[in-house]
Design a protein around this ligand. Structure first.
Ligand code: DQA
Length: 135
């Protein structure tokens, strides 16, 4: 399950110099084609509680969660707690290298509960996260 947080529904239009010019929907089709043996699903929400709800919903039965909590990465104790609460391993991803950006983006409430973190490779970060589950 790929879970994207706030404003990632605007990929393709949003700051393309930072996040690229492809929509996530188009990229998700490429991922499905590349990993045709995986049952990939995708969920996006701009609402913190909906992201927590989805982590709880899938977090005891799915093989893996790939989470880009976007801006909530840097603010949300609730999402961080949800990541720690579930059994399904969570890989944290970011499109940009958050450590090269503003100081507030250097803090993550997700990382301490995550299996691992992949950031800075553009949309390819999601591809690498899937590969990390396949071993
Ligand atoms: C992001 C980085 C966050 O700091 C930012 O708020 C986002 C996207 C990334 O994928 O690079 O919305 O998570």
């Amino acid at each position: 399950m790929i879970i994207n947080g706030p404003n990632l529904n605007l990929l393709g239009k949003r700051e393309p110099e930072m996040y690229g010019s492809k929509t996530f929907e188009d990229y998700f089709i490429e991922l499905q084609e590349k990993f045709e043996d995986c049952n990939l699903e995708y969920f996006q929400s701009n609402i913190e509680g909906e992201l927590i709800g989805k982590i709880q919903e899938v977090g005891f039965s799915y093989d893996g969660i790939i989470l880009n909590a976007a801006a909530y990465t840097h603010t949300s104790v609730g999402i961080g707690d949800a990541v720690k609460a579930v059994e399904t391993p969570v890989v944290e991803v970011h499109i940009s290298n958050t450590h090269k950006r503003e100081d507030f983006r250097h803090v993550s409430y997700i990382s301490s509960g995550a299996k691992g973190v992949i950031l800075g490779f553009g949309l390819q970060s999601y591809n690498l996260a899937i590969q990390s589950f396949l071993g």
